[in-house]
Design a protein around this ligand. Sequence first.
Ligand SMILES: [Zn+2]
Length: 232
Amino acid sequence: MLALAGCSSESSPSAPAIGSRVAATHVVAPGETLYRIALHYGVSVGHLMSANGISDPAALRVGQVLVIPGQYREASLGAERANNSHISYGPRAERQFLWPVYTGAVSSGFGMRNGSMHEGVDIAAPAGTPIHAADRGVVEFAGQLHGYGNTVIIRHDDEYVTVYAHNLVNLVHEGDHVGAGQVIAQIGTSGHATGANLHFEVRRDNIARDPLTYLPPPSDTNAGGIAAVGGM
Ligand SMILES: [Zn+2]
């Protein structure tokens, strides 16, 4: 079993666009309520809650990133990147994977966050959004982990595994062989998640690496509609 550190899935106020179309998101400001946000975007409170896996409207937190259901805007990649020094699409790693979510928003990057290590990236998307295997492999773990909630771990080769956490449901079982891009789970809020998002890790020799260096750059992502971002 892998030793996995905790993850609180805090969302940063803004994140880079990783596609030509960006899922509309909203960062909760002090004094805002779900009702007010829903009114502003012309969506129902219920729809807003279900899209973000929120069961208690009073639990809304300042700085939380909400995905606005059914709304998109054009990405402005350069500007988004400039505002996000903590999320970088640096040099490509030798090994490349596919984006595990095709429409979503990178809401938190890899690295130190509030004094603790965030060992993956968070991709915010509505609960129920399909999660795809980042490459072919064998399911090494499918179950619940403390903090991670419903989690799938896929072993791709002797060196690499990828981790998919906070899932609504896992759709594969330990020992299953999965193909690249196969749907393996759905995005949810299980474990220590503050909103619906996928916590995605790439581990080489069991050490977490920055997933963004293992994923195609936004301009030629496999996920044409991927998305995302906070900071509206
Ligand atoms: Zn995370």
